[in-house]
Structure formats: structure tokens, C-alpha cells
Ligand binder design. Structure first.
Ligand code: ADP
Length: 484
């Protein structure tokens, strides 16, 4: 296969800036593609605070791009970070991107997100024009980059570096669509005749996600099951109609994990390292987590864990409904999450009532996340919907057995004990209600109390191949088919 020149354009990418799974994908998939012999550049905004906190060294490039926004020409200097063969190109514009939050203040959205990400989309296309070789594929991610395929078709056809590039648009979460009032149409700087229901008009608003769906050469989403679910009214977030019209160019490719970065054998953030063949270190991680979290040690209680955005999608209401019973049953809980302040307050209150049994840390803390993945017995993911989910992949790799709702990528990546005992890597439940969730956790705890059976599940989970290898090859097949 000829060496491809692939450009990823995304609003976040690990390890530089991360709020969720999108960053994990935009960081790790390019590295997997690069290992397969292709040239990959990732373009993202230069979030000075977050990139600075990540500790990577950023180098200024001798180049900048000039973008017209709201009647003003803005000059954006470019910077570069090279990691594992991948160039991360950062677009500087401090008044837009040097802020405390990537998308908004805690739990909210910045009011200028539309011009911010429109500016970024144009700047990313301009930056792509400066690459050494013609670009084969422009791979865009989520609503922040939704207008790129249309911009490419309408305003960048005279640019030899990118004019013949094919576009792939990946939906990481259909629930976040980037909808903005139609009186901002002039800010787009596009011919008005694209504003109709067959394109990006959506209930009299501008819908950035819809623009990507309609105009990209191919759409992917991050699991096969989610690709089917989003065609239904239950999961389609009112875009099931337009997705149905474009279903011929829609496919699901499951996410992998950066297995070098997320490896209990080498992770320096955890109390002791372990592997599938030598699991002793896991007990030390468990004890260390209990101690750090102020939980009682030496009890025979299972340690339930969760690491999540505190949003309705994640089934936080189901969790809150179940916690009192679990505390009464003597279970322990260690939860890390941030998001809705009301839910944070409820979790703080529950933890304060029984500090020896329940720990809650509100905030985003990757080191703590690693300790929780490594120390927990059971990992909770009662999501109402889950495009792919990375938490369950990390949990399995660290021998923390997931209890998940059978939806989207959770259904595709966790082998349910009730369906396939010998190969089980977790437990799944169907209905999004507290009784079903509680029953699944009870089933998991029952097996946890039988060490031989549990050991088998843990071994299956830790050994599971969650690497990017298979999915990166599938993306390459897709890119190749688009270029043919
Ligand atoms: P989503 O992208 O919908 O938030 P995913 O499961 O796909 O959910 O990815 C979540 C990612 O963010 C995982 O890498 C998880 O470990 C991480 N994460 C979520 N919440 C926190 C937190 N409070 N602190 C640290 N990491 C977190």
C-alpha cells in the first residue's frame, strides 16, 4: 500500500489536551496509523494552559495562517509537538484558546464556541495547505470540525495540497451537535444556498454536526452497535432521518486503546505493577487505593469504582439510586467524576455520611484515575447510551471488571458473564433502570465472592486485545477505498 498523507483535525488530543474519549482516539489512532507506515499530522487548537500542564515540549513553527473571522483578519502562529512519529500542529489564538476550560467553564459552554471552532476549522485547512505533500485524507472529529468537508468543497478547491483530499467525519457523540442561531449565518462566510434541511439547517438553526454528516465523503462512528442505534429515534438525537439518508456512507469502527500508555505492567502512577500472568500487584493497588481514599481496609467488601463525566448520558441518576443499598450491603465505593454540580453535591453528601465506605473526588485527575482503574474490583458504566466508551477498556486492562449497560460500544467490547461464562470479561444489563443495574452488580459481586471464578474473568479481561491494531487497519482500508 502506498504511503498515505493523513491529516486529523480535532478539538482535543491526548496527551496534549483531554476532556474525554475523543482525545484518547485523536492521540492514539494517529500513532497506530503511523506505525503502519503512514504519515499522520494532527491539528488542534493551542490550549496553552492544558498543553502546558501536560508537560510536553512545544516548538514554534516558522509559519502562520491568516483567517478572516467576523470581518477581521486574525493571524494564527503555528506550533509543533512530535510524538511517536506523529506531528501535532497547534493553532495559536490566545484570546480564543488560552482559557481554563476547553469547551467552557465547569459544566458550561463558552458563548463564542461557534466562532472559536469555525476559526479553528479554517485555520486547520490553511495549515494543511502548508504540508510538504498533497493530503490524501482529512479526518474530522465531532461537531467542532463539522464544517470542514463543506469548506473544502466550496472554498479550498484551488489549493493543490488539499483539493483532492477525501474527508472522513467521525461521530464520537451524536448528542453534542453544535447548534447555533441562524442569525449567525453571516459568520460562516458560505454561500446561503447551503442553508436548507438537506444540508446544515436544523429546526431553523445552524447544526455543525449535520454539516459534517451531509458533506463528508464517509461517516464513521466509534462502534458497530452505535452505528445501528443512531439510525433509530431512541438514539438518533433527531438526526436519525438525515443519517438514514446517508446510511450508505456510514460505518462503525470500534475504538482501541493506547495500550502502551495504559499498561498495568509499566504504569508508574499505580502502587505496584502487574500482568495477566502475575496479578499479585493488583492487591497492593487495591490496598493503596483504600488507604489513599480513607476507606476501611481488611474488610471482605467488594470495591466498586466509577470514573466518568457526571452527565445524564452516563447513568448518574441510576448510580445515585443504587448507592444507599450498596452502602447498606457493606460495599465500598471510589468515584472520580466532574460535571453537573447538583450531582457532584449529592455524591459529596453520600460520601460524607460514610467516609470509611465511600470516597468521591470531584475533578479531572488522570493520576487518580489510574489508581482507581488499578485498585478497583468492579467498574460501573450504567450509560444510557455509549458511542464506544474507553473507561471499560481501561478498566478491563487493569483487571477492574466492568458492569455495563448493553448499549453501543459497551455491548461490543464487554463479553457478558450471563451470555458466555468461559470468555466473560464483565457483566451487562439491558434496561436503563436502577433495578436492572442493581441486579447486574449483585450478580458480579456473587461471582467476586468465588475467587476461582473471578480470577478467570479478571484474566480474560486483562488479556483482552484492546489495541488499535485491528481498527487502525480497518480505517486504512476505508481511506484506501475512498482514494480508489
Ligand atoms: P466520554 O468521552 O463520553 O467522556 P469515554 O469512556 O469514551 O467517555 O472516555 C472517558 C475518558 O476520560 C477516559 O479516558 C476516562 O478515564 C477519562 N475520564 C473521565 N472522567 C475523568 C476524570 N474525572 N478524571 C480523569 N479522567 C477521566
Amino acid at each position: 500500500m502506498a504511503r498515505m498523507n493523513i491529516v486529523f483535525i480535532a478539538s482535543e488530543a491526548a496527551p496534549l489536551a483531554k476532556t474525554g474519549g475523543l482525545a484518547d482516539v485523536a492521540g492514539a489512532l494517529p500513532m497506530a496509523l503511523s506505525r503502519l507506515g503512514h504519515k499522520v499530522s494532527v491539528i488542534l487548537p493551542y490550549y496553552r494552559k492544558q498543553v502546558g500542564a501536560s508537560g510536553v515540549r512545544v516548538h514554534p513553527l516558522d509559519e502562520s495562517v491568516t483567517i478572516w473571522v467576523d470581518g477581521v483578519n486574525r493571524i494564527a502562529p503555528l506550533h509543533i509537538v512530535s510524538l511517536d512519529g506523529v506531528d501535532f500542529i497547534l493553532v495559536e489564538q490566545d484570546d480564543m484558546f488560552d482559557r481554563d476550560g476547553i469547551y467552557g467553564p465547569a459544566g458550561g459552554a463558552w458563548e463564542d464556541n461557534f466562532p472559536r471552532f469555525l476559526f479553528f476549522s479554517r485555520a486547520a485547512l490553511e495549515a494543511s495547505c502548508l504540508l510538504d505533500k498533497p493530503v490524501d485524507i482529512i479526518h474530522c472529529h465531532d461537531w467542532q470540525t463539522g464544517f470542514i468537508p463543506l469548506l473544502l468543497k466550496t472554498q479550498y478547491q484551488h489549493q493543490p495540497r488539499i483539493a483532492s483530499a477525501k474527508t472522513v467525519f467521525t461521530i464520537h457523540n451524536l448528542a453534542y451537535q453544535g447548534c447555533f442561531p441562524s442569525y449567525w449565518l453571516h459568520r460562516l462566510g458560505l454561500p446561503a444556498d447551503y442553508y436548507h434541511t438537506g444540508c446544515y439547517e436544523f429546526y431553523s438553526q445552524i447544526n455543525c454536526m449535520k454539516a459534517g454528516i451531509v458533506e463528508a465523503d464517509h461517516i464513521t462512528t466509534v462502534s458497530k452497535t452505535y452505528a445501528e442505534e443512531i439510525l433509530t429515534p431512541e438514539y438518533g438525537c433527531n438526526l436519525q432521518g438525515i443519517l438514514g439518508e446517508h446510511a450508505g456512507k456510514l460505518s462503525g469502527i470500534v475504538n482501541g486503546l493506547d495500550i502502551e500508555n495504559w499498561d498495568p505492567a509499566t504504569d508508574s502512577a499505580i502502587a505496584a505493577n502487574f500482568t495477566a500472568g502475575k496479578m499479585q500487584g493488583k492487591a497492593a493497588c487495591r490496598a493503596s487505593l483504600q488507604e489513599a481514599a480513607g476507606l476501611a481496609t481488611g474488610t471482605d467488601a467488594p470495591l466498586l469504582t466509577m470514573i466518568s463525566r457526571l452527565a445524564e448520558q452516563k447513568g448518574v441518576d441510576l448510580l445515585l439510586d443504587c448507592i444507599p443499598q450498596w452502602l447498606q450491603d457493606g460495599y465500598q465505593l471510589a468515584i472520580l467524576g466532574s460535571g453537573d454540580p447538583a450531582w457532584e453535591a449529592m455524591l459529596h453528601r453520600l460520601a460524607a455520611e460514610r467516609p470509611e465506605q465511600m470516597y468521591f473526588f470531584s475533578g479531572f485527575d488522570e493520576t487518580l484515575a489510574r489508581k482507581i482503574y488499578a485498585g478497583g474490583d468492579i467498574f460501573l458504566m450504567p450509560s444510557r447510551f455509549e458511542p464506544c466508551g474507553l473507561g471499560q477498556l481501561m478498566a478491563m486492562r487493569y483487571g477492574n471488571i466492568p458492569v455495563v449497560r448493553a448499549t453501543g460500544g459497551l455491548k461490543d467490547t464487554v463479553t457478558d458473564y450471563a451470555q458466555d461464562k468461559p470468555n466473560a470479561t464483565g457483566f451487562a444489563f439491558e434496561e436503563a433502570n436502577p433495578a436492572a443495574f442493581r441486579a447486574a452488580v449483585s450478580a458480579a459481586v456473587e461471582v467476586w465472592r468465588k475467587p476461582a471464578s473471578w480470577k478467570r474473568i479478571v484474566s480474560n479481561a486483562v488479556r483482552r486485545d484492546s489495541s488499535w491494531d485491528a481498527s487502525a487497519s480497518t480505517y486504512l482500508e476505508l481511506y484506501t477505498s475512498l482514494k480508489d
